[in-house]
Write a protein that binds this ligand. Structure first.
Ligand code: FAD
Ligand code: DHB
Length: 382
C-alpha cells in the first residue's frame, strides 16, 4: 500500500489534516487505534477560537458548527463573593469564542472524509514508524504503508514522538499537583456564559454543550479516582464553589459522563524529525484552563497543510523545514497563557496567606483594569 501522507491518529489533528490535504489533492491514510464509536463519543474540549471556527467553515465542515455551536461574547470570573464579566465584544470588537464539543468536530470530519472516499482505518493494532530519514513507512497489523511523509497526530501517549531517536528532542515540562474532574450532565446550563469559579475550596468551571447539556470541571486532588466522586459529592462541591454570588442557583440533573484528567504542560522541540512531523498533543500539552489544546492542534495542522501543499506541488521542502519554527511561537504563547490561567485560578496545598493575597491582587487587576482584562481576553479568544 502507498499514500503520500501517512497519518497516525484520528483525533481532531489527524482528521482535519487528512481533510485539508484532500482539498489540496494530496492523498492520505489515517490509522487509528480506537474504534470509530470511541473517538466520536470521547468528551473533551469545547471552546473554539474564531480562527478554529473559520478554518472548519472554510474547509466545508462547519455547517453543523454554525447551526448548533454557541457563540460566547464573554466569560465570567467569580471570586470573593462577586461576579466579574470580561466582555470580549467591548474589549476586542468582532472577536469571540464558540462552544461546540470536540467530539462533534470529530464526527463532522469523519463524515466528510468518508463521503469523499477517504481511507480511515479504525481499531488498527501495533502501528510502528520506520525509515524516517529517507524512505518512511508505517507498519500495522502485519501490513505495510509506504508514504512520502508521516504525520504524528496520535496525541500525548502515541507512538510517533517516542519513535524519534534519543537526543534529537528537547523536552520542556511541568506537572501540576492537582487534577480535573470533568462532568457532563443532562441539565440546562445555569448561566448563559462560562463561569470560572475560584474559592478556597478550589477551582470550578461551569460550561455547556447544548441548551440541554451542561459541562463542569472541578479541581480535585492528583490521584483522585472517579469512584471518589459519586454524583452527590460532585453536586455538593459544585454548589459550594459556584453558588458564591447572590442570585445564582446551580441546576442539577443526571450525570452522564465523568472523567479525571491530570494537568500537564509539555513541549517537545523540534516538532519534526526527518520525514516525520508532529501535530497537536503529540508535540505539546497545555493544562485545560486556558482552553487552548484543541485550538493549537488546529493551528499546527493549518501550518503543516500549507507546507505539504508546497512540497507536493513544487518539490520545495522550504516550508516543511520551517514547520516546527513556524508553530512554536504560538505554542509558547499558549503555554504561557495556560500556565498563567492555571496558577491564577487554582488553590495549591502549599499556598500560604501571602500567595493567596498575590493571586487576589492579580485577579483584581485582570477584572478591574481594561489593560489587564484585555490581556486575558486577547489570549482567550486567540
Ligand atoms: P487526540 O485528540 O489525543 O487524538 C490522538 C488520536 O490518536 C486518538 O484518537 C488516539 O486514540 C490515537 N492514537 C494514540 N496512539 C495511537 C497509536 N499508537 N496508533 C494509532 N492511533 C493512536 N482544548 C481546547 O482547545 N479547548 C478546551 O476547552 C479543552 N478542554 C479540554 C478538556 C479536557 C477534559 C481534556 C482532556 C482536554 C481538553 N482540551 C481542550 C485539549 C484537547 O482535547 C486536546 O488538545 C485535543 O484532543 C488534541 O487533539 P489531537 O488530535 O492532537 O490529539
Ligand atoms: C471547557 C474546557 C476548558 O478547558 C475550558 O477552559 C473551558 C471550557 C469545556 O470543555 O467546555
Amino acid at each position: 500500500m502507498r499514500t503520500q501522507v501517512g497519518i497516525i491518529g484520528a483525533g481532531p489533528a489527524g482528521l482535519l489534516l487528512s481533510h485539508l490535504l484532500h482539498l489540496r489533492g494530496i492523498s492520505s491514510v489515517v490509522l487509528e487505534r480506537r474504534s470509530r464509536a470511541y473517538v466520536e463519543q470521547r468528551v473533551r474540549a469545547g471552546v473554539l477560537e474564531q480562527g478554529t471556527v473559520d478554518t472548519l467553515v472554510a474547509a466545508g465542515v462547519g455547517a453543523r458548527l454554525l447551526r448548533e455551536g454557541m457563540p460566547h461574547g464573554g466569560v465570567e470570573i467569580r471570586y470573593g463573593g462577586a461576579a466579574h464579566r470580561l466582555d470580549f465584544a467591548d474589549l476586542l470588537p468582532g472577536r469571540r469564542v464558540t462552544v461546540y464539543g470536540q467530539q462533534e468536530i470529530v464526527k463532522d470530519l469523519i463524515a466528510a472524509r468518508l463521503a469523499a472516499g477517504g481511507d480511515l482505518r479504525f481499531e488498527v493494532e501495533d502501528v510502528a514508524v520506520h525509515g524516517l530519514e529517507d524512505r518512511p513507512y508505517l507498519t500495522f497489523g502485519g501490513r505495510r504503508l509506504d508514504c512520502e511523509v508521516i504525520a504524528g497526530c496520535d496525541g500525548f501517549h502515541g507512538v510517533s514522538r517516542p519513535s524519534i531517536p534519543a537526543g534529537v528532542l528537547t523536552v520542556f515540562e511541568r506537572d501540576y499537583p492537582f487534577a480535573w474532574l470533568g462532568v457532563l450532565a443532562e441539565v440546562a446550563p445555569s448561566a448563559e456564559e462560562l463561569v470560572y469559579g475560584l474559592s478556597e475550596r478550589g477551582f470550578a468551571l461551569h460550561s455547556m454543550r447544548t441548551p440541554a447539556l451542561s459541562r463542569f470541571y472541578l479541581q480535585v486532588a492528583a490521584g483522585d479516582r472517579i469512584e471518589d466522586w459519586p454524583d452527590e459529592r460532585v453536586w455538593k462541591e459544585l454548589r459550594l464553589r459556584l453558588e458564591t454570588v447572590p442570585g445564582f442557583t446551580l441546576r442539577t440533573g443526571p450525570v452522564i459522563e465523568k472523567i479525571v484528567t491530570s494537568l500537564r504542560s509539555f513541549v517537545a522541540e523540534p516538532m519534526q524529525y526527518g520525514r516525520l512531523y508532529l501535530a497537536g498533543d503529540a508535540a505539546h500539552i497545555v493544562p485545560p484552563t486556558g482552553a487552548k489544546g484543541l485550538n493549537l492542534a488546529v493551528a499546527d495542522v493549518r501550518v503543516l497543510t500549507e507546507a505539504l501543499a508546497r512540497f507536493f506541488g513544487t518539490g520545495s521542502a522550504e516550508l516543511l523545514d520551517g514547520y516546527s519554527a513556524a508553530c512554536l511561537e504560538r505554542v509558547w504563547r499558549a503555554q504561557h497563557f495556560s500556565w498563567w490561567m492555571t496558577t491564577l485560578t487554582h488553590e495549591l496545598d502549599t499556598d500560604g496567606a501571602y500567595e493567596r493575597r498575590l493571586r487576589r491582587a492579580e485577579l483584581d487587576y485582570v477584572t478591574s483594569s481594561r489593560a489587564g482584562a484585555t490581556v486575558l481576553a486577547e489570549n482567550y479568544v486567540g
